[in-house]
Write a protein that binds this ligand. Structure first.
Ligand code: ADP
Ligand code: MG
Length: 515
């Protein structure tokens, strides 16, 4: 009998906001693998499409560590709400369960149109020999992935056989999404500077800035551009030694090198044996002083040798917190190119491009409809398209306007004008696990007061209610109380990431109408 023991997969999860939803996943181990080939030239089964889309979203959070762990995991199928996976050993299974599954399953549930990710099951199989690992392994299979060297670099000027065995072109290409190329990147006013600068860095012509700092919100194409640069350089100058890492990976590798007295090797990899350095999500270095110091010297060594450095970040350099001034000034010494949320026309073009790449037939009307309804970021837009396509192939329905409208209505965020003070209060209570009467009471206990202030802030921000109006809606409080609550939360949100995380989690609740 399979063991259906509930496992709290959220310990140590970087997504505290998923606790409510994901606390009760049932993770089971069953020793019967099912095989579906990810690479077969057959039409992709719908479950596999969903899996691939969910996987991409999870991968983009931390590509380097994703690569490490998913080289020891195999996808066996996703059918009737059951995801079948094989892990190389229990250690890998447990790590992936704890660190990747919450995120992965929530994407998968959303893409599959499941309101509740807890309704998905994971069937684990353990096997030492994986035929088709999700990512290509980087080292001998018997070693735990934590010690696998991170994504790769190339060694030029020597023949393949003379190269140190640690690195190979195959390792780098395994870390790159083959679809994230320049031809697949849609250029519009929101990203044209970043695109042109990235293209120039890859030797595509135009002025080359060093460093190039690409700043932009999540899901707007920063990683796509990094991969595109690497692909282009690899295609045109296969001997180039390219190092592509996330800042998180750089940090981990640095710590490991320190621990194992391998700093010479580390420095060779990043300074002397590197013709092009791509570091994704540099904001991760915030507050990590020793790594910042090391990165600073790496940066200088490459910069002095006129080797291109490209860095991405979710903030402008000046907004990076707990980052030393000298590093910020290095970041701004070349070109800072930002990516903004794309306008409607660009979003329509992106939908068309993605549909073309995935072989999904889409009318112009449907492309526009999708682009109109998903505005926040491209990753979401892509998710909506994949979900539509999967649903259409599952149900055999054509992706026409009516079908699309129905599907979008189910997943679209609720329009703020249709939301009420009660909806927000309910969402806040749900998030903080309070009753509505607690929220409206005179209770001054810290946690209740904070929840109340958050609710007031959200009402003010989203519904534009007047302060006196809000005072009445919150147990007849004075308008000055509301005013100071709103200001307090506004200020806290700016400087306290935890407060921001709470707000984002509640906003997510509101968006999915679960409040
Ligand atoms: P970021 O690194 O900024 O969070 P990604 O580069 O991972 O975002 O992009 C998220 C998804 O959106 C990827 O699948 C990427 O291909 C797609 N995407 C973003 N911008 C564009 C664009 N301009 N054209 C085509 N696809 C895009
Ligand atoms: Mg990214």
């Amino acid at each position: 009998m399979p063991d259906y023991s509930g496992v709290n997969v959220l310990q140590g999860s970087p997504y505290p906001q998923l606790v409510d939803k994901l606390g009760n996943f049932n993770l089971v181990t069953i020793e019967t693998p099912q095989i579906h080939s990810l690479n077969a030239n057959l039409p992709t089964p719908p479950g596999e499409r969903l899996w691939t889309a969910a996987l991409e979203q999870t991968r983009s959070r931390s590509p380097a560590s994703f690569e490490q762990w998913f080289s020891s995991v195999q996808y066996d199928g996703f059918e009737s709400g059951v995801l079948s996976l094989t892990a190389r050993d229990e250690f890998v299974r447990d790590w992936v369960k704890a660190h990747f599954l919450p995120d992965l399953l929530s994407h998968l549930a959303r893409l599959a149109g499941e309101a509740n990710p807890a309704s998905l099951r994971v069937k684990w199989n353990i096997s030492n020999g994986l035929d088709r690992p999700v990512c290509q392994p980087r080292r001998r299979n018997s070693e735990p992935p934590a010690s696998i060297p991170p994504s790769s670099s190339l060694t030029s000027g020597r023949s393949r056989s003379e190269r140190p065995s640690r690195y190979s072109r195959a390792q780098l290409t395994a870390a790159l999404n083959p679809k994230h190329t320049f031809p697949n990147f849609v250029v519009g006013p929101s990203n044209e500077l970043a695109h042109a600068a990235a293209f120039a860095s890859a030797g595509g012509g135009g002025p080359r800035y060093n460093p190039l700092f690409i700043a932009g919100g999540t899901g707007l194409g920063k990683t796509h551009l990094m991969h595109a640069i690497a692909h282009k350089v690899l295609d045109e100058r296969p001997d180039s030694r390219i190092v592509y890492v996330s800042a998180e990976h750089f940090t981990n590798e640095f710590i490991e090198a320190l621990q194992h007295h391998k700093m010479d090797e580390f420095r060779a990899r990043y300074r002397t044996d590197c013709d092009l350095l791509l570091v994704d999500d540099i904001q991760f270095l915030a507050g990590r002083e020793q790594t910042q110091e090391e990165f600073f010297h790496t940066f200088n060594a490459l910069h002095d040798a006129d080797r291109p450095i490209i860095v991405t970040s979710d903030k402008y350099p000046q907004q990076l917190q707990r980052m030393p001034e000298r590093l910020v000034s290095r970041f701004t010494s070349g070109l800072v190119a930002d990516i903004q949320t794309p306008q409607l026309e660009t979003r329509v073009a992106i939908v068309r491009k993605k549909a073309e790449l995935e072989g999904i037939e889409l009318s112009d009307e449907v492309a526009v409809m999708l682009a109109q309804s998903v505005q926040s970021n491209v990753r979401e837009l892509e998710g909506a398209l994949i979900r539509l396509a999967a649903k259409s192939s599952l149900t055999g329905r054509l992706i026409d306007e009516e079908f699309t409208r129905g599907e979008l209505a189910m997943v679209s965020p609720r329009r703020p004008e249709l939301m009420s003070v009660e909806d927000i209060q309910r969402a806040v209570c749900g998030h903080f696990r309070l009753s509505n009467s607690d929220l409206l009471s005179k209770d001054r206990h810290k946690s209740v007061a904070f929840a109340r202030q958050v609710a007031m802030y959200l009402c003010r921000q989203r519904l534009k209610c007047s302060f006196p109006e809000l005072g009445r809606a919150f147990g007849n409080r004075d308008h000055t109380t509301v005013m100071s609550a709103v200001r307090r939360v506004e200020a806290l949100r700016q400087r306290d990431p935890q407060v921001n995380a709470h707000l984002e989690a509640i906003e997510q609740r509101l968006a999915s109408s679960e409040g």
